[in-house]
Design a binder for this molecule. Structure first.
Ligand SMILES: Nc1ncnc2c1ncn2[C@@H]1O[C@H](COP(=O)(O)OP(=O)(O)OP(=O)(O)O)[C@@H](O)[C@H]1O
Ligand SMILES: [Mg+2]
Length: 233
């Protein structure tokens, strides 16, 4: 198991958000968490990377209890994080943005510039271009590239489809699958886009009001009616 949540709860000040979350991700898997606006998906991601400390429960990463570790420590241990809304550095150019990602996973001295530019040739073509001038889809690719450059073992993706045109959303799903297969990167993502969930996830948890209320395997992922129950569609 690369990641395990055991009874994790989390809160903003005194407002509880995550409630007693049990979650397990095996190395090599692509696991989704689906849920409507405001159910706690981003809060879950922040708890995995260490931007929010649990009020209860245990987080284990690669066999180590990281419940008390900082986000920096978790990044150095190989967790890559692509935040909701991408948050590229707008004034830096594409290459400078990617270089910022090298500080992650310092335990690995390998960098993946060649692989990144193979997956996302548009970034190679625009290496000198200021990030703010890229389209939403290109900025998402850049954020993925920045997280990927230092070869993380676990990649966290927060709503990669948000605000991106459908054809690019499909392309990014395909790219993530190729990255998972070819580089062996484990992926945990949160989404409310039905297409991405069906396309990308090996299996998927459903979140409602901060709780994981269901787990959907590969057979059921094909059944739209099961998924729409948990999504605002
Ligand atoms: N920094 C914060 N301080 C206080 N409450 C917050 C904070 N961030 C989020 N919340 C609240 O926590 C709840 C869960 O928010 P979260 O951002 O995790 O949801 P989400 O599932 O990611 O939503 P979305 O799909 O819109 O991104 C919401 O009720 C939200 O208003
Ligand atoms: Mg969110």
């Amino acid at each position: 198991m690369i990641l395990e949540f055991d009874g994790v709860s989390a809160a903003y000040d005194t407002t509880p958000i995550l409630r007693n979350v049990d979650l397990a991700v095996e190395a090599g898997e692509i696991v989704g968490v689906m849920g409507k606006n405001g159910v706690g998906k981003t809060t879950l991601m922040k708890t995995v990377i260490g931007l929010l400390e649990p009020t209860d429960g245990t987080i284990t990463y690669a066999g180590t209890d990281v419940t008390e570790s900082s986000a920096d420590e978790r990044a150095r241990a190989g967790i890559g994080y692509i935040p909701q809304g991408r948050e590229v550095f707008p004034k830096l150019n594409v290459e400078q943005n990617i270089r910022m990602g090298e500080t992650v996973n310092a335990d690995s001295d390998e960098t993946l510039y060649d692989e990144i530019y193979d997956y996302f040739p548009v970034l190679a073509n625009r290496a000198d271009q200021q990030a703010s001038t890229l389209s939403g889809g290109q900025q998402q690719m850049l954020a993925i590239a920045r997280a990927l450059v230092s070869n993380p073992d676990l990649l966290l993706l927060d709503e990669p489809s948000e605000g991106i045109q459908p054809s690019i959303v499909d392309q990014i799903s395909c790219d993530m699958q190729a990255i998972n297969e070819e580089l062996g990167t484990t992926i945990l993502f949160v989404e409310q886009n039905l297409g991405v969930i069906r396309e990308l996830a090996d299996r998927c948890y459903a979140m409602e009001r901060g709780k994981l209320v269901d787990e959907v395997g590969p057979e059921t992922l094909a059944d739209e009616s099961v998924l729409t129950k948990y999504l605002a569609v």
